[in-house]
Design a protein around this ligand. Sequence first.
Ligand code: MF3
Ligand code: CO
Length: 255
Amino acid sequence: MIKIKRPEEIEKMRVSGGIVAWTLAELTRAIVPGKTTTDELNRLAERLLAEAGAAASFKGYRGYPATICASVNEEVVHGIPSPRVLQPGDILGIDLGAIKNGYHGDGAVTVPIGEISDEARRLLRVTREALFKGIEQARPGKRIGDIGSAIQRHAESHGYSVVRDLVGHGIGRDMHEDPQTPNYGKPGEGVWLKEGMTLAIEPMVNIGGYAIETLADHWTIVTRDRSLSAHFEHTVAITAKGPDILTLPPTGEAT
Ligand code: MF3
Ligand code: CO
């Protein structure tokens, strides 16, 4: 069942989304290549959410042990923070969900650690562009397949693949609501998009094949071929005026 949000509910989600975006930006700024660990970023995220009066969406979700997901290089998503030191040349996916006043915001970025290869830089650019191609489709009269196909086309036109086994989602009072929002699909297929729907759109793009596997920790998802993977996510409201990105820092500055 898809839950349509009233404007006041969307404004609450913008508050949560703003906290997510601000925190992701602060985490990114805090990284010192060759020094910072993903555990330290997790602790910083905990502190910043507490200061903002928000709670972590992920911690305790199906037993997930941390506030952020920190996924390095061939890790696609759901990497668990650890004493691993971020090294120059790594790429780090940071995923964060926050709940305040009963509503969730969910967002992710993949950031370069120091100088990275041209190949890695291109992957980050194309994945972020693919997210925005998807967001552009999030408007009344379009369908869920229009979002996925726009993302898939952009990624595949650069020779990359889009993960199939994990998808975006509706979001609101629950972190995961209907409808599922795949990052692949056909134009004109799937659920019709309506004003008041709120979606977390989150392409995961691999340089190699789309196949993934789960590591022995039962959480970390990696590419089966161990190729690099990137992940970007925004929470978006569908409005009469078009897509309204809720995971922007309160200044309105995009991350
Ligand atoms: N953004 C991811 C999602 O929407 C993060 C979930 S991590 C988990 O599913 F630990 F909460 F599962
Ligand atoms: Co999500």
